[in-house]
Design a protein around this ligand. Structure first.
Ligand code: NAP
Length: 561
């Protein structure tokens, strides 16, 4: 039986970085009656679910946090260069406590449907336990990589051992001692997990479909001097983080690869390798836009794999990489390639020996069957759109979001979809999102949404939608931005949806960089919310303006990542 309808101003789905900040902005700054609903039993979003061995954020801790409050920034102290899920959750708990957020969050509450009622201009949102909310504003804060992709390999249902997906990891961990473990997948997650699983497993076999680059993370505890530097330089760090295309706390070099001699280039790569982390990508300005320039980095990294891995055949399989460096999300690691030098660790190159099926006791490839006690799926996510499709979202004319995005997601600025008024999507498709250090686009989106809602309330608009023309222009611009880079040349990337069979191959994140994106969003506001259609009750007039060519933000130079 349905429960009483709860009438609120704003409903936010998800209690990760986005949802928490959006709650603070709408409740504490606009005074809206705001509720956050969260499937998990606690806050954390991605970091609530991703607790696999070796899990660590690959943004540096002093940039993987909110920047809006100097007080919060200075009060929190990170312990390591890259934070683990526990520490990130502790940080989010600290923020939630400081801002008194928990009282407006409902945990263990999964949204199953959201239907827009045009007459009242309200969203009716229903949860799995039949709670119903009626809300003017609906904001998705559901993350980009939160819908686990478990491949449809025949036979999984009859496997008698244990199996896990890294994105749905048991909270009390998995004991690998004495176990023969298969790990499928060598993306950012698999590259982090394998060395840690190998520490305790009796045997680890890594199944690799696509070989991947990786740069050492060089993780370690932060010393007192660095901690003091971070506190002292909040303003400067914030300025750097918010003025680089990818939102990281370092600038991308303005030097191009062929501006320096071969010898100098190698020294620059060596220094970046020693420093470690995603900063390797910032060694030169043109690494992600010029294939020949990229080849120099790719060759350097492939040689590092060959120098590290002792077994020739394994080294070849790991180093035969089919895409430019950073055209897929570049992993960073702690002793990943070294792990293959251990006696009990081996690699199966699925390009040469594909999986046929999973059996009762293991995995059968074309060359034969291997026995396993545990299978770990580090097989990624139905990224960016997958989570949306788990909710039955129905817009103004009864069209579902699934129908609206059947040929690929179509949004305006990644923030709104035509026909879905008052639905705002934090880091939705078409946002810079995953090509950036995530808290940066999250803060910008949440603040933009706050300002848009404040504008609507001030002018008594009942609804804000975008139109098909504006969304088409934005999708074209997202494609244009991607085409200016090497990113779409990685044909098997999840940026393109290529990891999920049947998913439309459309480049989903905005590759024009965060700075450019921020300028475009501001320009849209300055022009009276250009491309948005705001309506008053019984009033067909709106503040719609058309035709934004996004040129105000200038030429696309260096993308995110
Ligand atoms: P991913 O990058 O999509 O990697 C999935 C891996 O599984 C790939 O090697 C993929 O091979 C393989 N795979 C998928 N289906 C398969 C199948 N049917 N058979 C064999 N292999 C299969 O996923 P992820 O590693 O979980 O990373 C996703 C994203 O999460 C990252 O790119 C990053 O944005 C984020 N992440 C961040 C961190 C961090 O901050 N430290 C850590 C982990 C993840 P193909 O390449 O051939 O498809």
């Amino acid at each position: 039986m349905s429960k009483k309808v709860q009438k609120i101003d704003a409903l936010v789905i998800g209690a990760g970085f986005s949802g928490l900040y959006q709650l603070h902005l709408l409740r504490d700054q606009l005074g809206l009656n705001t509720t956050v609903v969260e499937t998990g039993a606690d806050l954390g979003g991605t970091w609530y679910w991703n607790r696999y061995p070796g899990a660590r954020c690959d943004s540096e801790s002093h940039s993987y946090c909110y920047l809006f409050s100097e007080e919060l920034y200075k009060e929190w102290e990170w312990s390591e260069r890259y934070p683990q899920p526990d520490e990130i959750r502790a940080y989010l708990n600290f923020v939630a406590k400081k801002l008194d957020l928990r009282k407006d969050i409902l945990f263990n509450t999964k949204v199953v449907s959201a239907k827009y009622e045009a007459e009242s201009a309200k969203w009716v949102v229903t949860t799995e336990s039949r709670e119903i909310f009626e809300t003017k504003y609906l904001i998705t804060a559901i993350g980009c990589i939160s819908s686990a992709n478990i491949p449809n390999i025949p036979g999984l249902d009859r496997f008698k051992g244990e199996w896990y997906h890294t994105g749905q990891w048991p909270h009390d961990g998995v004991d690998f001692r004495g176990k023969r473990v298969a790990q499928i997948g060598t993306g950012s997650t698999g590259i982090q997990a394998a060395p840690v699983i190998a520490e305790t497993a009796k045997m680890l076999t890594v199944f690799q479909r696509t070989a991947n680059y990786s740069v050492p993370a060089r993780n370690g505890p932060l010393n007192a001097e660095f901690k003091a530097y971070v506190k002292k330089n909040y303003a400067e760090l914030k300025e750097i983080i918010q003025s680089t295309p990818n939102g990281h706390p370092f600038r991308i070099s303005s030097t191009k690869v062929f501006d320096v001699s071969e010898e100098d280039r190698q020294s620059i790569y060596e220094a970046a390798w020693e420093k470690g982390g995603l900063q390797f990508r910032a060694s030169f300005q043109d690494l992600v836009v010029n294939k020949q320039a990229n080849d120099t980095a790719a060759n350097f990294l492939k040689q590092k794999i060959r120098d590290t891995v002792k077994d020739q055949e394994t080294a070849n399989s790991l180093a035969e990489i089919d895409h430019p460096y950073a055209a897929k999300r570049p992993p960073i690691d702690t002793h990943y390639f070294e792990t293959f030098n251990q006696q009990h660790v081996s690699l199966v190159d699925l390009r040469k020996d594909p999986i046929v099926e999973i059996t009762e006791s293991g995995i059968k490839t074309e060359s034969g069957e291997k026995q396993f006690d545990v299978i770990v799926f580090a097989t990624g996510f139905d990224a960016i759109t997958g989570k949306f499709f788990q909710i039955d979202i129905q817009g103004a004319e009864g069209k579902t979001l699934k129908q609206a995005w059947a040929e690929g997601p179509k949004t305006y600025l990644g923030l709104q979809t035509p026909g879905f008024p008052n639905l705002f999507t934090i880091t939705g498709p078409g946002s810079p999102s995953v090509l950036c250090n995530m808290p940066v686009p999250i803060e910008q989106h949440a603040e933009w949404i706050r300002d848009c809602i404040a504008y609507m309330e001030k002018h008594e608009f009942m609804s804000c939608d975008t139109d098909v023309e504006s969304a088409e222009k934005w999708v074209a611009h997202v494609n244009e931005a991607a085409a200016a880079t090497l990113l779409p040349t990685a044909k098997h990337s999840w940026y393109l949806g290529a990891n999920v069979p049947g998913k439309p191959r459309v480049f989903m994140p905005y590759a024009g960089g965060m700075v450019r994106y921020r300028a475009i969003c501001q320009d849209v506001v300055d022009k009276g919310y250009q491309g948005f259609v705001m309506k008053k009750r019984d009033d067909e007039s709106s503040n719609k303006n058309t035709s934004n060519d996004f040129s105000a933000a200038g030429k696309i130079t260096s993308p995110g990542i």
